[in-house]
Ligand binder design. Structure first.
Ligand code: HEM
Length: 373
């Protein structure tokens, strides 16, 4: 089984010995090679994204196949264009600056709780037009959703509470529309059709979870990589223009989302192995991104790796809608962090514990020390 902190030796073992691992009793199958993960994620005619159960997330785009998926995607991209995202940069800079202002005089912080978490959480709350004062509740809900109900609340409870919460906010926005994403989504139309309330709710919950749990780990995982490769941090400080390619390598080397799931629509063969209709298929993104067949010297962090066709944001029609936003937030956060916190390092003697989740990958906490610039 995978070790939450270091699943990479297990992935390498599976790629070498059982690249397609099927458990017939459980109707469950896992794929580990780059080409198989890419195929399972993108071949939607053979591998469905539909999930069981009538949850709001399963009603959202991430849980749909064409033609419904295409319609939902067209609707939400209207309100989520790269141009709209680029306009957020000054606000993201301001949020990062104020988070750093708070911790700078102390010379230390808990990077996840003080920095990597509040940034994307604030950005997504503002995008959706939700009061920042409700952020503590969001964290509880989204932790229960990615942790599969571990913690104080069950998965169902979290979905239910979020449902009630968003229902109320939507009623307010319908009465009094604002400039926010939610107000835009309420009136967006494709071929004369608007989003159904359940689809809209699913999208809000998906955005909230995606905006809370993934970018946080991208920022924290970058600082872990700096700990492992101090020369990379030094290089980025001297040449901030190298940061985008460093972030791409972090996405490959420590992918914030390690696995995505599909259901086989028919019997088929993957790399010569049988997969049966109805099998649940786990596509291990974290393993694909370490596959030597695609990435020479895959277990080494290469700051200027090129080409770097990692699958961290998925592949095909479900490719992450938030990728431009995640890249922008990470770039601004890391640029200012390195610029203002000199000699940034992980607190000596600290043992890293992983986030409690099969899907999301990163440190639960990361105390760091630095000298204010
Ligand atoms: C580093 C940060 C992020 C990573 C690693 C990531 C990863 C992914 C992956 C792997 C998928 C594909 C799912 C599949 O194939 O089933 C995906 C889809 C998606 N992501 Fe992200 N994500 C990130 C940030 C974000 C952010 C910030 C948002 C929104 C604010 C977002 C919104 C979405 C949405 C809406 C989808 C569904 C797209 C569809 O089904 O068509 N993500 N993401």
């Amino acid at each position: 089984m995978s070790d939450g902190l270091d699943p990479f030796p297990w992935y390498a073992h599976m790629r070498d010995t059982k690249p397609v691992d099927r458990n017939p009793d459980r109707g469950f199958c896992q794929v580990f090679l780059y080409e198989d993960v890419e195929r399972v994620l993108s071949e939607h005619s053979a591998f469905s994204s539909q999930m069981h159960g009538g949850s709001a997330i399963s009603a959202s785009i991430i849980g749909q196949d064409p033609p419904l998926h295409s319609r939902l995607r067209a609707l939400v991209t209207q309100a989520f264009t790269p141009k709209a995202v680029a306009r957020l940069e000054p606000r993201i800079r301001a949020i990062v600056t104020s988070l750093l202002d708070r911790v700078l005089p102390k010379g230390e912080m808990e990077l996840v709780a003080d920095f990597a978490y509040p940034l994307p959480a604030t950005v997504i709350a503002e995008l959706l037009g939700i009061p920042a004062s409700d952020q503590a509740r969001f964290k509880q809900w989204s932790d229960s959703i990615v942790g599969g109900g571990a913690g104080p609340m069950t998965f169902q409870q979290a979905q239910q509470e979020m449902g009630t919460y968003f229902h109320q906010i939507m009623q307010e926005r319908l009465r009094e529309p604002g400039e926010d994403l939610l107000s835009g989504l309420l009136v967006a139309e494709v071929q004369g059709r608007r989003l159904e309330p359940m689809e809209l709710l699913g999208f809000c919950i998906l955005l909230l979870v995606a905006g809370h749990e993934t970018t946080t780990n991208l920022v924290a995982n970058t600082v872990l990589c700096f700990g492992e490769y101090p020369e990379v941090a030094e290089q980025v400080r001297k040449t901030p223009e190298s940061l985008p390619s460093v972030i791409e390598e972090v996405l490959r080397y420590r992918s914030p989302v390690q696995v995505m799931f599909r259901t086989a629509r028919q019997d088929c063969q993957v790399s010569g192995y049988e997969i049966h209709k109805g099998d649940r298929v786990a596509a291990w993104i974290g393993s694909a991104n370490r596959d030597e067949m695609q990435f020479p010297d895959a277990d080494r962090f290469l700051a200027d790796r090129c080409p770097n066709r990692h699958l961290a944001f998925g592949h095909g029609i479900h490719f992450c809608i938030g990728a431009p936003l995640a890249r922008l937030e990470a770039r601004v956060a890391l640029e200012l962090l390195l610029d203002r916190c000199r000699n940034l390092h992980i607190a000596p003697g600290f043992t890293v514990e992983p986030v409690e989740s099969t899907v999301v990958f990163g440190p639960r906490a990361l105390p760091v020390r630095f000298s204010p610039a």
